[in-house]
Design a binder for this molecule. Structure first.
Ligand code: ATP
Ligand code: MG
Length: 422
């Protein structure tokens, strides 16, 4: 294509039919898995008021500072944003429709997310997540259940090289004293901070721990640990999450640097990663966010959730040699002549009534060229109709793998085809 403006937006991918088959398969596996834990589907708009994300994700974060697709609605001036993640919208929807306070909710959603990042392997500007949120549950049992769920999905997908990192962010008192210690510690080493870290020193020092800058890693490794500030309740919660994981033989590593730099995140945080995808190794991340419901304007309610990146998971399946058989066609219908054409349309619908996957030849052409299409389609049988057959209300059925062609009445067609494609 010569006109560059007629290409997809940079960082946003087309998913072509061969690849889309893997997506369909994955989505089905994921839905079955979510339903097996009692999660119910919820669907939110792709566009939300910008203020929702500013408030829910926080002003001093990579996402809000530099990754959001925000724009003004040219018709009424509303400030809008393409969703960069789903948690904020999900909580907004639950509050708006008053779903939460009678019974806790286990919810999931899936679909496109948008972040204006530098596109590279495993990092796109439009990407897809499955998001899972449990609202109204306070105990460590649900945190552990969500982690066990993930382990089960990896097993269903045949993924072996994924490992779990776990941390706790404690409660707000612990975070406040930790925050003060971080500011003092990084403040003493200001000459070693990069621009992001300098900016965050007072606004969001916890986030400095999350920096990917190699030059700052030694400094970060020696920083004060939140783990040393934990109160009794948070410690007990964390111990119980770990005990459940151990009972279910799910291995994990505690990583004190695993953080979410926002005040409403608390206690459990976790991330699943793989070494098979280079720098973009995080496939799933989540944790507890007991402060968010109140922040978005609801009565306080505990919550915990996670999101997984579909592109990265599917890339991992490809790395592991996952290949799907092509979407199958049972029957290709070839026909020539006006009467035959009418009968062809009728028998194609009849076979579909009987749950067969049928390609009806369209566009005319000789029997020979139509049979070539039948071959290329991968169909296991061809139904052949000439005017001769049509006059007698009969059709010929030919097994594509070789074997005798058989002429049958329309009535006996489905049974014969079923015999041939077995
Ligand atoms: P990263 O550290 O890789 O930027 P993140 O912390 O921004 O990830 P989350 O907001 O926790 O990611 O999103 C959950 C998951 O969504 C990630 O673990 C990843 O698999 C996927 N993800 C996030 N951003 C992208 C992106 N730009 N392209 C593809 N997948 C993404
Ligand atoms: Mg990111």
């Amino acid at each position: 294509m010569s006109d560059a403006t007629l290409q997809a937006v940079r960082g946003m991918n087309d998913i072509l039919p061969d690849e889309a088959e893997l997506w369909l398969w994955f989505e089905e596996v994921a839905r079955d898995w979510l339903h097996s834990y009692g999660y119910r589907n919820i669907r939110m708009p792709l566009v939300e008021p910008t203020a929702l994300f500013k408030r829910a994700i926080g002003e001093v974060t990579d996402i809000v500072e530099k990754e959001m697709y925000s724009f003004e609605d040219s018709l009424n001036g509303d400030e809008l944003t393409l969703r960069p993640e789903g948690t904020a919208s999900c909580v907004r929807a639950v509050l708006q429709h008053n779903l939460l306070y009678n019974a806790p909710q286990r919810l999931y959603y899936s679909g496109q997310m948008f972040r204006h990042e530098r596109p590279q392997k495993g990092r796109y500007r439009q990407f897809h997540q499955f998001g899972v949120e449990a609202l109204g549950f306070a105990g460590p049992d649900i945190d552990a259940e969500q982690i066990l769920m993930c382990a089960r999905l990896w097993q269903k997908l045949g993924l072996r090289d994924v490992s779990l990192q776990l941390n706790t962010l404690g409660d707000s008192a612990a975070r406040h004293s930790h925050r003060a210690k971080l500011i003092a510690y990084f403040g003493k080493h200001q000459e070693s901070l990069d621009a992001d870290a300098t900016r965050r020193l007072h606004s969001n020092p916890l986030r400095i721990l999350d920096s990917k800058n190699p030059a700052m890693q030694d400094l970060i490794a020696a920083a004060p640990k939140l783990m040393d500030e934990l109160g009794d309740d948070a410690l007990r919660h964390f111990d119980e999450v770990q005990a459940i994981l151990k009972r279910h033989d799910v291995p994990y590593r505690i990583n004190p640097r695993l953080v979410r730099g926002l005040d409403y995140y608390n206690r459990t945080v976790f991330e699943w990663e793989t070494t098979q995808l280079g720098a973009q190794g995080a496939i799933c991340a989540g944790g507890r966010y007991d402060g968010l419901v109140e922040l978005i304007g609801g009565k306080p309610a505990p919550a915990t959730g996670f999101a997984m990146g579909v592109e990265r998971l599917l890339a991992l399946l490809h790395e592991n040699g996952m290949a799907l058989p092509r979407q199958e066609v049972d029957v290709y219908v070839v026909h020539q002549g006006e009467l035959a054409g009418r009968l062809a349309g009728k028998v194609a619908e009849l076979m579909r009534d009987n749950n067969l996957r049928v390609l009806l030849h369209c566009g005319g052409g000789s029997f020979k060229s139509q049979m070539k299409r039948a071959d290329a389609s991968g169909a296991r049988a061809a139904v052949i109709i000439g005017d001769d057959e049509a006059q007698a209300n009969e059709v010929s059925v030919k097994p594509m793998q070789g074997g005798e062609q058989k002429r049958v009445s329309v009535e006996n067609l489905t049974a014969t085809v079923n015999q041939f494609i077995k």
